[in-house]
Design a protein around this ligand. Sequence first.
Ligand code: R5P
Length: 291
Amino acid sequence: MKIILGPASRELGEKIAASTGFEAVSVASRIFPDGESYIRLESSVKNEHVAIVQTTCKPQDTNLMQLAFMINAAKRNGAKKVTAIIPYFAYARQDKIFLEGENVSIETIAAMLKAAGTDQVITVNIHAEDALNRFPFPAKTLSAIPLLAEHFVKKDHEKAFALAPDKGALYIAEQAKTVLAGESGNLEKQRDRHTGQTTQSGKHLNVKDKTVIIFDDIISTGGTIVGAAKILREQGAKHVYTACVHGLLIGDAETRILDAGVEEIVSTDSVPSKFSTVSLAPLLSEALKAL
Ligand code: R5P
């Protein structure tokens, strides 16, 4: 197997190549003055099973086009199998029709990747796993939650309360609880499908004087975490941290979260940033070695 270092995840790709011992293939990339993408594989992939590591966070459309181009370049240059490793899968939250007239974005993206030559996909904490069953190729999602929880164990936060900010993230809090060996619980979140506005509420949780870590798959504007932190403060939590797999942290999300009393924001390198203190390399390396 060879690891193709997608421009959006070059560092993560290099870590995976180093830990698996698979040869890395560099990619030359350029954005033309009109915004179009160009890519070229810089070494041979003939007769190889290749794993292309490319996240699809902002700029999503550029990163997705680069991914499709790398997949197609690999196939045209003789790769016998292409596994797309997509640490953050863009457009995954539009995984069903919520309002008449919409499309199912994630299915459109999967069709595009299929047309480019994808044989299989590995992603991490996709928003809703069900969507993968409708992909036109085998696809699986791994969970980075144990790695995030281990980060807090190493920082002496064993027994911290793992909180899911909504019901959808309950499985996440439960996975974290297994590592932290404390308690877990969840809040409720309702979204107005027309305005996108959310409201949060919480039953009584056993968090008084405790350290609480809010776990979620994605932090985008930070609104969900800010709302959860407010409820935790009202319920007497002593320390509040937050961890997510995909730290998009748009605009002033960091400031808003810290102002809400959250002491630390931790994410993985599915979206490379100053918050990505936990690398997905061990998780993805194991998955590739097992193929
Ligand atoms: C949606 O339900 C996701 O799991 C996240 O909770 C959401 O994407 C976070 O968005 P924001 O940071 O904008 O509240």
